[in-house]
Design a protein around this ligand. Structure first.
Ligand SMILES: Nc1ncnc2c1ncn2[C@@H]1O[C@H](COP(=O)(O)OP(=O)(O)OP(=O)(O)O)[C@@H](O)[C@H]1O
Length: 539
């Protein structure tokens, strides 16, 4: 027998549950500890696959949910007991077949079901480990917007999936109590699909939870899948304010009155973030103006935030290769080198924005992210950055020198599969802090024919100078080539295109070296002479 596992607050053994239901006092009878063992199997499914354990996960208005084991797969699952008549069960059969086919990472899986003891519809679903979103919101005491955005995207992905059925599957009871969390991975799934019905023509059944019901659900004129978006808007309202919508109302009649008069919950007036407010308003709008699930997920508030990733760094942690990755609609990948001795995150980001490499809207978040990486590398704690999100860059000093510095080039993949390179060619900052002998314009380093036995240093140094890269960059390229036993111009000329891909050089370095090697003048389009940034996408 396994040791009893710790029980969550909402867990109760089946026997305790029975006591509660029958109003027995647990003190009036002899306590048999085996009865209280939450791992004890108390029932087995007709096919023998699922074993119901002596452990209640929770109780709702309609059902009791027990922990269970899928003996075939070895998973823990949820055993849901729903009191109903055989007639009602028979009527559910069509829906059950549909539920079995619903498979989406943000919808709780429905595995199996049967009718038991002439009283209970039993169905087995995926088990969620961290309770409902509502419990979680209470625990986190108004979670931050980043967490909320992540939850919203997942809920909407689930709704997009359900609504994409023909006819759409309408959940009809979306609320934070019906959205479940797997805390370890921050996974969010829509549950309680028992109330979902297929929209075949217009439905007239009023089901759901008054606070989350769209006005058209009260009017017996039929409704569409947009009722789920209205309910989602109320969930978002609860997530950001921590308040149950319409908690100013004492009963369902008061809620009904407000909803049908178009009066919104009082807590809506407490939202100050214009983006959140805008999204909620689009979700609570009249049915014909209301967002679809797809429109809601595309809303600016939920736009996918870019991430800055540290790809590599040297031992001194001052030469970094970073990459900005933007997923979703703005799909974008910009790889750039960052010299921690010569530039600031702010300058680099502003430059990329001026050059249209990055959209302006990401300025704050990317600056913040670069500064975060720099802080982590410097081992400095939680200081504020100048993007205002966390500590400001002037605080980032090591031995009196700023550690947030220098971009030398960028490569941009715009999602089309053809990467572009961007060079910051004449940065004052770079010239001031670097070897002043290095050339400042490409023209100053004339093209020449290299002899086959000339050392690769000749080509690499010329190329670096032509593109305003410092000696460090030239040495880095040299090391990468020499690591592969490339010593002479002849060695380089013998290479196939595919060999270059294996050198771990950036797209820019590889193209710049090859252009110079084969005497091909790069077609540099200077986009802005004021800041000296050039687009060498046509290298
Ligand atoms: N898949 C699951 N995994 C883990 N716990 C669950 C799961 N489904 C339900 N529970 C637990 O059981 C409780 C009751 O479930 P639920 O709220 O779905 O019941 P209900 O009677 O259909 O709901 P309602 O009262 O909202 O109409 C939940 O609050 C939750 O604690």
């Amino acid at each position: 027998m396994l040791d009893p596992i710790p029980r969550s607050v909402s867990e109760m053994t089946a026997q305790e549950e029975e006591h509660e239901r029958n109003n027995f006092s647990p003190f009036t009878e002899y306590i048999d500890h085996s009865k209280h063992d939450p791992e004890k199997v108390v029932e087995v499914s007709p096919n023998g696959r699922y074993a119901k354990l002596n452990s209640v996960l929770g109780k709702g208005a309609y059902k009791i949910v027990y922990k269970s084991i899928d003996r075939e797969e070895g998973y823990e699952v949820a055993w849901n007991c729903f009191q109903t008549t055989k007639q009602e069960y028979a009527e559910l059969s069509q829906e059950v077949e549909i539920l079995k086919r619903v498979r989406h990472p943000n919808i709780i899986n429905f595995h199996d079901c049967w009718y038991s003891n002439n009283t209970e519809f039993i169905f087995i679903t995926e088990l969620m480990t961290s309770g409902t979103l509502r419990e979680y919101i209470r625990k986190l005491q108004t979670p931050n917007l980043k967490v909320i955005k992540r939850w919203c995207r997942q809920i909407l992905k689930g709704l997009i999936y359900l609504h994409s059925y023909d006819p759409p599957i309408i959940h009809r009871d979306i609320k934070c109590d019906n959205i479940f969390i797997n805390g370890a991975h921050g996974e969010v799934k829509i549950g309680d699909m028992g109330t979902a019905k297929m929209k075949i023509g217009k439905k007239y059944t009023v089901i759901g939870t008054p606070e989350f019901m769209a006005p058209e659900m009260y009017e017996e004129k039929g409704y569409s899948e947009k009722v789920d978006i209205y309910a989602f808007g109320m969930c978002l309202l609860e997530m950001v304010t921590g308040d149950y919508p319409y908690n100013e109302c004492k009963n369902a009649a008061q809620i009904y009155k407000k909803v049908t008069q178009g009066l919104k919950p009082e807590c809506l007036s407490r939202i100050i973030d214009p983006e959140v407010l805008n999204l909620i308003q689009h979700c609570l709008a009249p049915e014909n103006e209301r967002y679809s699930a797809q429109e809601a997920i595309d809303d600016a508030f939920l736009g996918v935030e870019p991430e800055v990733v540290l790809l590599s760094t040297n031992e001194a942690k001052n030469h970094l290769t970073l990459q900005v990755v933007v997923k979703g609609m703005d799909k974008l990948s910009v790889k750039f080198e960052f010299n921690a001795d010569t530039d600031t995150a702010e300058e680099v980001v502003n430059e990329m924005i001026e050059e249209d490499v990055l959209p302006q809207k990401y300025q704050r978040i990317i600056t913040h992210d670069i500064n975060r990486i720099l802080r982590e590398l410097a081992g400095t704690g939680d200081k504020k950055d100048s993007a205002g999100l966390t500590p400001s860059s002037p605080m980032l000093y090591t031995n009196g020198h700023s550690i947030i510095n220098g971009i030398s080039h960028l490569t941009l993949d715009n999602g089309s599969g053809s990467p572009h390179s961007f060079i910051r060619s004449t940065s004052n900052l770079y010239r001031k802090t670097s070897n002043a002998d290095w050339a400042t314009t490409e023209e100053e380093i004339p093209f020449k024919e290299y002899s086959m036995d000339a050392p690769i240093e000749d080509l690499v140094n010329d190329t670096a100078m032509a593109y305003h890269r410092g000696p460090d960059k030239a040495n880095e390229w040299l090391a990468k080539l020499k690591n592969q036993d490339i010593m002479t111009i002849g060695d380089l000329k013998d290479l196939q295109d595919s060999d270059w891909a294996g050198f771990d050089l950036t797209v820019f370095a590889s193209r710049a070296l090859r252009n110079r090697l084969f005497g091909k003048r790069p077609n540099i389009l200077t986009r802005s002479s004021s800041n000296g940034v050039s687009d060498d996408g046509n290298l």
